[in-house]
Design a protein around this ligand. Sequence first.
Ligand SMILES: [Zn+2]
Length: 306
Amino acid sequence: MLIGLISHPDCLQYPVPEQHPEQPARIRAIQDLLIAKGLDILMPQTEAPLASPEELKQVHTAEYVDRIFKLGEKDEMSWLDQDTPFTAQTLQAARRSAGACIKGVDLAMQGPVTQQFCLVRPPGHHAEKDRAMGFCIFNNIAVGAAHALEHYQLERIAVLDFDVHHGNGTEDIFKDDPRVLFCSAFQYPFYPETPFITDRKNIVNVPLPAYTRSKEFREAIAEHWIPAIDAFSPQLILVSAGFDGHSSDDMAQLMLADSDYGWLSSQLIALAEKHADNRMIAVLEGGYNTTALATSVLAYLQAYWD
Ligand SMILES: [Zn+2]
């Protein structure tokens, strides 16, 4: 199975304060390892376009998008919440990150390479309709999903989120849309501390206690996610791929290994083949130990060559 890579230099160039965990080195470490392993030449590469304000307004309020673009005209750094620094360059990168998901959906729908990995920052899954949060400016995956719903009139899209933090923003955006099945597996109790839905058919939340290990993680996915995805039979799968549940990532306390991300990837590849004509787009969310992040992404991608 072939998978392409969508990225843009803007996603590397925007600055954050020195001690901030969401560093350009995250992307660089992944790129370096893909080159060292020779995977970069096996993956067709596509440049991420800029998402337009209109595309962002499919999931965010017009007032929020206009405010962020206005703030992007300023030279100095501002903070959108206590964790989220913002400059004109951040706006550019955030538009590329959302644009990567739109481009990914176009490639998935039109071919020839219907599976793509969006190697982008900033991440997106904490961004709600009207607020930035936790390093996220725009909800990249939601922008991609909205594009698929509107432009291709899809009726069933699965959004699967295995970042260690709950995808509160994605849930906020799609909770009332039965065309979207949202599955999240995350450490709980933990950031973002927002309430999550437990009683809706299109939302499958799997809270995991701190120190959850590989076996329990895989059992939880097999028990809760896979039957829900099989029953829903998505026409397109979108994946919020966060790797901060790795045991070496001190952002959280799950005890996952590289091989768990490889296992999960192989499960998702099988589901995409079974239900979605092999249409699947993954977008990078978290992962803050750059070494573990790079080896985890490598394991995730290597499943395509197994
Ligand atoms: Zn995270």
